[in-house]
Design a protein around this ligand. Structure first.
Ligand SMILES: [Cu+2]
Length: 118
């Protein structure tokens, strides 16, 4: 009797520990999502259009000859970009017209999404 009570208590403690662990994880994930949401709201996105030249899907880099981006006072130019999501580059081939969105990250700019232009 005493022994089985002890086992039940132990199990109860374990279940509580596991549950609170999950709860903590869930909460962290929730916070992370919230921060991402706040971040994306705070990030100013600029739409660009251009022609992809060199694509390096492995390093997540793409060289683009882009049209002027008026929201940033950028003239037409050819430049390298880092892409947030390397997988986006799998659909991009050299000389392909592309639409993309960039945002400032530190001193540089990063492509948040890029896709073949319609
Ligand atoms: Cu540029």
């Amino acid at each position: 009797m005493f022994k089985s009570t002890k086992v039940i208590l132990l199990v109860a403690v374990l279940v509580l520990a596991v549950q609170s662990g999950y709860a903590a994880d869930m909460q962290q994930m929730g916070n992370m999502n919230m921060q991402t949401d706040i971040g994306s709201e705070g990030m100013k996105m600029h739409k660009g259009h251009g022609i992809a030249n060199n694509i390096n899907a492995r390093s997540g880099k793409v060289n683009i000859s882009h049209e002027p981006i008026e929201s940033m006072n950028w003239p037409k130019m050819t430049m390298d970009f880092t892409v947030q999501n390397k997988a986006d580059l799998e659909a991009i081939k050299p000389s392909m017209p592309v639409d993309f969105e960039i945002t400032q990250q530190g001193k540089g700019y990063i492509i948040m999404n890029i896709r073949p232009a319609k």
